[in-house]
Design a protein. Sequence first.
Length: 273
Amino acid sequence: MEKESLKKGDIILGYYEILDEIGEGNFGKVYKVRALKGRYKGKIFALKVANNPYAITYLWKEAQTLILFHHPNIISLQSYLYKKDKKELYLIYEYMDFGTLKDYVESKGRLSEEEALKVLKHVANALEYLHSRGYIHSDVRPENVIGKKVLNTVIWKLGDFGLIKIRGDASVIDVKGALGFIAPEVFRGEIHRSSDIYSLGCLTYYMLTGESPFKGKSVKEVKEKNKKGIVAIPEDLSDKMKNLLRKMLEPDYRKRFRTAKELKEYLVSEGLV
């Protein structure tokens, strides 16, 4: 049974005051909180609370990996705490005040190539950091790219690390990402660093069109199209952007950019960033 939601004014762990509920994901609600004491007194954070076994397992994995990562394009985890008596896991993240890429694209309809390339570069920076350390994010999608206002610009950061994989892991691959953003080989039980590149290609397509690359009248139809991985590239894009999308959305993972580093080198060589 789900526990009662927290409400504005509640004090958590004797340290954080609930200011607002800012979202709800697959694994519980997210709250805006303020630290009441200590070195971070007055600072705003985001709090996730997991109180069912599935959510705790997922977010425990995220906490164990994310606490090790330090990169300007990866959401930082401040701390986490498991309360055995309540069977609740608390995760404290930096507060992202601009919202998700999904919300941003929905509000604008579609992004210009210039703006889409900026977001692409920020996410590629995060993936390069992960790929160089042997990790595969495996869940790159609009809901997991979140913006933070810094001076007169927005820094985009990659979040949600509950599905992260270690390269070469022989465990069974479950298809748990978002339909429309999954590399075709994942449906066959394979995952590679280039699978993240395919998902990032789907994300770029989404930014430029406001739609997923795979559309259908039913979930089954969308899934079948995503499994094949064949994407029709929009004609109203520049030639350089069309070529980039073709390379990122290549159904055969062996013909894609193998890593985010290769992708970034291509962006520079083509004058796209």
